[in-house]
Each structure stands twice: as structure tokens, then as C-alpha cells.
Design a binder for this molecule. Structure first.
Ligand SMILES: Cc1cc2nc3c(=O)[nH]c(=O)nc-3n(C[C@H](O)[C@H](O)[C@H](O)COP(=O)(O)O)c2cc1C
Ligand SMILES: C=C(O[C@@H]1CC(C(=O)O)=C[C@@H](OP(=O)(O)O)[C@H]1O)C(=O)O
Length: 389
């Protein structure tokens, strides 16, 4: 079964990832992984850090001649900015007055600083922010893009994009297929499907940055051709919609997750929400609509999976809010670390990636994922069996 762990601080030497359970026999497209990494770096509203970084994955285990071995994949991504922080973030040299100069003692409301310091007993909140920083999501994207490549081999497609920035809705074309959505969102630097909104959003982000403020938004992920029956109704912790929600909520700054119509379904009648059942010999089972976002009973039902995520505005404000200095207990303005004005665009790649990971995990939990060709055959047989159920 697929699992992963990441390590590394934002300004440390590198990010490291270990990904287990990818079947043997998958030819990795490293350029495509790097394209995902560079999409995560981009997007209007990013801060200056992204001009320093040039994220590229290096595979140092589990791969031979470009093909996965079935053993753990070991991945690294360099932090170029470490060159500017090599003393402050030196993993080995003992602390000295010089290398502990830039201590953070004024926690930022909405970031992990204060509670992280209280929990782990750190007096320099840099020890918290270095790991709570969304820099870590670069590795989740590398891992997610590998899972996306595995899903593509199983004829499953998915895409994550931006549906709303601040209060501006940017997705009149939600009914498009994944390939058309992908095509539409590459037309601008906001990963939105509505090109008529680009200037308005650029102006909004620029004005927000000038005001020292920040923005959040809404992300939508669509995954198609996922076979029915992944996940299970038999126990609460085997429900795949629950696992997806946890993975999406686990992305920095996410405050809400919806499957299908989500909260809007609560305000509707049953007749408007339940997706009526259909069958034909060619396509097998389907639903006439997809208000439930591809899930019934915690299991995929074969319809497109629709997951939405609400991202709060970025917590670091250039016009900082009230805080209290943890050293003196004086009321002070929160510290300001260099920051994004909005990260809704990169976050859409991150959310896409964690959805890809959970789907790949569910598939390799349900079917033997030791060898790619066998997995392909097994899933093709399973799809055929379901069609004639
Ligand atoms: C791609 C991405 C970039 C982010 N960039 C920043 C940033 O520049 N400054 C900041 O304060 N928070 C940023 N965040 C959000 C913080 O990482 C997040 O709010 C913080 O870790 C606290 O976690 P929580 O919001 O999930 O409670 C970013 C999040 C993502 C997904
Ligand atoms: C480094 C990244 O995002 C960072 C996420 C982040 C935070 O607090 O989450 C704060 C900023 O860090 P820095 O002060 O180094 O600029 C962002 O740039 C990245 O996404 O690669």
C-alpha cells in the first residue's frame, strides 16, 4: 500500500520524501514531476521566495533506468534559499549568539507559531515556522505527481484549479471534462477557467498586497474514471471520502472541505440531491446527476469525484496584527516573515496532489500493487465485472 513521509525545514538544506508502495514497472516522467513543481511555485500573488527557488526533484532510491523497482522511492528537493540561511539553519553546529540572531518571539495570529512554541517548548518560534511553512508542500507535490502518473496508467485523470479568489468567483465552466479544464487553466497565471476575470483578480491581489493584507479562496479538484467501490461503508475509518477530507484539510491553510454539493446539499430537498441510478450494456452503471460528488457510503460510485477546499487568507500580514512577545509578554505587532499575498494558485496543485495520493493509496489497498502490468490487468477485469453486476 502507498504511504509517504516528508522531512525538512523551509530554510534547511533540502526537503526529503520517502514514498512506499508505488508498483514496480512505472516509468517515471521526471519532467512532468518538475512541471508540477514549477506550477506550484507560480501564480500571481506569490512572494519573492519563488524567485530564489527552482524546484526540481532528484530521485535517489527506488528507481533504476527511469523505472520504479517497487522499493521505496527516495526523493529530494533542494532549498536554494538555504545558501542565505546556512549559519542560522545549520543542522549540526551548536547554537552561538551569531547563528541564533534572527529569533522570532512575536507569534503571527493564524500561523502555527504560538501554539507550536507552547506545545514543543521552543522559545525561538523559528523552530516552529521552519516546518509549519508550506515549503513542505513542494515535496507533497512531487509525491502527488508520481501518484498522478500511476493513476494515468490506470486511465484515471484528475486536475485541481481555482474556483474563487477572495469573493470573486472564477469558474463558470465547472461542467468541463478534465482535459478541457486543464486546457482552460493553462491560459492564465491564476489557474482559473474564466479569462474575463484575470484583470479584475490581478488588480484585487495587487491592491491587497499594497494594503498589507492577504487573500484566500476556493479550490476544486475533479477526478474521472475512478472505479466504483474504493473505500468502504463497513467502518468509519475505511470511508474514502473521510480520508480524502483529512488529506485535503491537512494542506496548510485549508479550513473547509466539501464533497460534491457539500454544504449546499444541506439546504436542498432529497429529490434535488440524490443522483438517480441508470444502467446500459455499453457503459454499465451510472447516475443521472452527480450532486454527491462521486461518493455513496464512503465508497466511490464511479461518477467523477468532486472535492472542494476553502483556503483561509495567508496569516502573515505586512500590516501586522496584534500579538504578544513571548519573551517580554508586552503587546506588540506580530513579526513579519517574507510572505505570499495569496497562495491559492499553488495550493490548487497541492490539493490536486494530495487527492492523487489518496486515490492511488485506495487503489493499491484494494488491489495488489506490486507490479504495474498486473495491477492494470486486475483493474480492467474489475471494471468489467462491475459493468455486468
Ligand atoms: C502553497 C502555500 C503557500 C503559503 N504561503 C504562505 C506565506 O507565504 N505566508 C504565510 O504566512 N502563510 C503561508 N501559507 C499558509 C501557512 O503555511 C499556514 O496558514 C500555516 O502553516 C498554519 O497552518 P493552518 O493555516 O493550516 O492552521 C501558505 C500555504 C500554502 C498551501
Ligand atoms: C517557501 C515557500 O512558501 C513559503 C510558505 C510560507 C508559510 O509560512 O507557509 C512562508 C514563506 O516563506 P519565506 O519566508 O521563506 O518566503 C513562503 O515563501 C514555498 O511554497 O516554496
Amino acid at each position: 500500500m502507498i504511504n509517504y513521509v516528508t522531512a525538512g525545514e523551509s530554510h534547511g538544506p533540502q526537503l526529503t520524501g520517502i514514498l512506499t508502495g508505488i508498483p514496480a514497472g512505472l516509468t517515471l516522467d521526471i519532467d512532468a514531476i518538475n512541471a508540477g513543481l514549477s506550477a506550484r511555485q507560480g501564480g500571481f500573488g506569490r512572494g519573492n521566495r519563488q524567485q530564489i527557488e527552482h524546484d526540481q526533484v532528484t530521485v535517489v532510491g527506488g528507481l533504476r533506468h527511469g523505472v520504479t523497482l517497487g522499493s521505496p522511492l527516495a526523493l529530494t528537493i533542494q532549498n536554494r534559499d538555504h545558501a542565505h540561511w546556512s549559519k542560522i539553519m545549520d543542522p549540526i553546529s551548536p547554537a552561538t549568539p551569531e547563528n541564533t540572531l534572527r529569533q522570532v518571539t512575536r507569534p503571527r495570529p493564524g500561523h502555527a507559531d504560538l501554539v507550536g512554541g507552547m506545545k514543543y517548548g521552543h522559545r525561538d518560534l523559528r523552530n516552529v515556522l521552519e516546518r509549519s511553512s508550506a515549503r513542505e508542500t513542494a515535496m507533497r507535490v512531487a509525491i502527488g505527481q508520481i501518484c498522478k502518473q500511476l493513476l494515468a496508467q490506470l486511465d484515471i485523470q484528475l486536475v485541481g484549479y481555482v474556483q474563487q479568489i477572495g469573493q470573486v468567483k472564477t469558474d463558470p465552466q465547472a461542467s468541463l471534462q478534465v482535459a478541457d479544464l486543464e486546457q482552460a487553466i493553462t491560459q492564465n497565471d491564476l489557474r482559473i477557467t474564466d479569462n474575463t476575470k484575470v484583470d479584475e483578480i490581478h488588480d484585487l491581489i495587487t491592491a491587497t498586497r499594497k494594503a498589507g493584507d492577504t487573500l484566500g479562496g476556493v479550490i476544486r479538484v475533479v477526478a474521472t474514471n475512478v472505479p466504483a467501490g474504493l473505500g468502504s461503508y463497513t467502518n468509519w475509518d475505511t470511508k474514502l471520502d473521510g480520508k480524502l477530507a483529512a488529506a485535503v484539510m491537512g494542506v496548510n491553510a485549508m479550513k473547509g472541505v466539501e464533497i460534491g454539493d457539500g454544504f449546499a446539499a444541506a439546504a436542498s430537498h432529497g429529490s434535488q440531491v440524490m443522483d438517480e441510478i441508470d444502467w446500459n450494456a455499453e457503459d454499465g452503471w451510472s447516475r443521472l446527476t452527480n450532486h454527491l460528488g462521486g461518493f455513496e457510503g464512503g465508497m466511490t460510485n464511479g461518477m467523477p469525484i468532486i472535492v472542494k477546499a476553502a483556503m483561509k487568507p495567508i496569516p502573515t500580514l505586512y500590516k501586522p496584527l496584534q500579538s504578544v512577545d513571548i519573551a517580554t509578554k508586552e503587546v506588540k505587532k506580530a513579526s513579519v516573515e517574507r510572505s505570499d499575498t495569496t497562495a491559492i494558485v499553488p495550493a490548487s496543485i497541492v490539493v490536486e496532489s494530495v487527492v492523487a495520493i489518496e486515490l492511488a493509496k485506495a487503489l493499491t489497498e484494494t488491489f495488489d500493487g506490486s507490479n504495474l502490468e498486473r495491477l492494470k490487468r486486475t483493474i480492467a477485469e474489475y471494471r468489467d465485472e462491475l459493468k455486468h453486476y
